[in-house]
Structures are given as C-alpha cells and as structure tokens.
Design a protein around this ligand. Sequence first.
Ligand code: 13P
Length: 244
Amino acid sequence: MPKLPRIAAGNWKMHGLSADLAEARALAAAFPEPAVEVLLCPPATLIARMAVTLGGSGLRVGGQDCHASDAGAHTGDISAAMLADAGAAYVILGHSERRADHGETSAEVAAKVAAAWQAGLVAIVCLGETEDERAAGRTLDVVAAQLAQSLPEGATPANTVVAYEPVWAIGSGRTPTEDEIAEVHGFLREQSPDPEIRLLYGGSVKPDNADTVFAVPGVDGALVGGASLKASDFGAIVAALARA
Ligand code: 13P
C-alpha cells in the first residue's frame, strides 16, 4: 500500500462564528489542491456550511466529538452519522479537553471510534500525558494505556489517525523537545495496531516551530488548535508540512 499523505488538521475548539468561514475560504483559495491532507474541525454549528465553503477544494471538514449511538434520546449530543450527513469526513475523539471537561474515559472513546467508523468517518484519536505524569516518568505508560484502550479492534491506516497531544503543551506555548516527541512517536508506532497509522503531534504548533516539529522522525503531521483559526497562520503550517 502506498504511504498515506501527511495531515494538517485544525481544531477550532469552541471558536468560530459565521464570519470566520472567511478564514476557511481564504485557506481553500491558498491551497486549491493541497499536497497534504488538510482539514478543519469547526464547532458543530459550522460543519455543514464549512463543508459547502470548502466544497470543490481538496480541503476537508471534521467534527470535534460524536456520541457512540446512531440516534436516540441524548439531548445536546450529535451522532457520527449526523456529522457525515453534514459533510464531515473526520471526527476528533478523546481530546484531552473532553477527557477533562466531560470525564470521558478511554472505553467511552473506543465506543465513539467504533461509531465513527460505522458512519464512514476517519477517527482522529487523541492521547497524551499531563505535566505531573511526565514529571513522574510515566509518559510512555500513560500513552500506551490510552492507545490500547481508546482503539477498538479494526483500526486501520484508512480509518484511524492518532494524535499525540501532551496536555501541558496545549495552548501553553510550550512544546516537548524534538527528542521527547521522537521518543513518544517511536513508541506509539511500536504499540500501534498498524505501523502505517498516521501519528500527528499536537500542542502549541505555530508557524515558527512547524518546520522543527515536522522534521522530527515519526511525525506524520499536526493537530493544531489556536494557530488554525487564522488562514495565514494555518496556511504557513500547511506549507511547512508540504515541504517537510
Ligand atoms: P494549541 O495548538 O492551541 O496548543 O491546541 C492544540 C490542540 O489541542 C489541538 O487539538
């Protein structure tokens, strides 16, 4: 199987109103045929319109979470089938903010991943250690457990992407050293059910450190938060990935 393209994924988190679709439009205009896989994951309210905005460009859309069930009495939740129906091709699952804010366990994440696959979505499964866990030398144990417990049987390079996001690096402006990223990515590659499953790094990726991050062995792209909100910043990161 040919190697899959690297990925630049933007996680808008709880940011984005209609006016911000202009950023998606500008990004699509800058990369009408991106050399890498590029996607934006806006809040659920913007997914359908984002899909229309990006339609015809090579850029794709993703959700930020889904319920494990197809449909039902789950007020406020969104199913994977609904995301797909709105035009999403991917869904971020198990982000540390959901694990922290909503007490999501890896077992719950695994159920959501299975639902995503069922709906034909690519699951971007997030994992990463807290600062205390790293200080205690437990990073590899933590990510190994999260990986094993968050992926159901059946993960393939076509249906799954894993994002290593150290919790302490998210939104902090701090990043692990290149050696630290390489160590975790190398380890996750060994632990992964398939070595071709793409491994993204996430946590304070910016235009000025993107080249450095993408040069780390084993990094197949990035999951970007704050710097994905502006087309100019995210575009610079996409360009860095394309030339890496
Ligand atoms: P920042 O890029 O803002 O640090 O966020 C990373 C992240 O959580 C992406 O999912």
